[in-house]
Design a protein around this ligand. Sequence first.
Ligand code: MYR
Length: 130
Amino acid sequence: AFNGTWKVDRSENYDRFMEQMGINVMKRKLAEHDNLKITIEQTGDKFHIKESSTFRTKDIDFTLGLPFDYSLADGTEVSGTWEMDGDMLKGKFTRKDNNKVLTTTRALVGGELVQTYNYEGVDAKRIFKK
Ligand code: MYR
């Protein structure tokens, strides 16, 4: 059900979230208009994700429940897992530089893909359309 190509439509509190992540204002301004697009291909508990944005293109493979490494567009490295909870994907990732935890979820809401983010008490959302 997550399968398809999703383009970011709008964001909520994303600038504040990135600030909490320690990203400087210049990078935040660029990231606000990153035209992020993700293509999700799920086969059983395996996911293949193609990420493309103004920053980069990247392929990611993971299996639900198995830890993997990922680097954020600003180079911050994290390691963690995605798990399925009902119809929701729940991710928990730990930054390698400071051991702090970033949690994220993906859910389908009214035909849109809603991704939430939390880091150190700050919540944000990005909402994608097909
Ligand atoms: C994926 O499923 O797309 C790959 C794994 C995602 C890991 C965590 C994503 C957090 C992205 C936060 C971006 C914040 C930039 C400061």
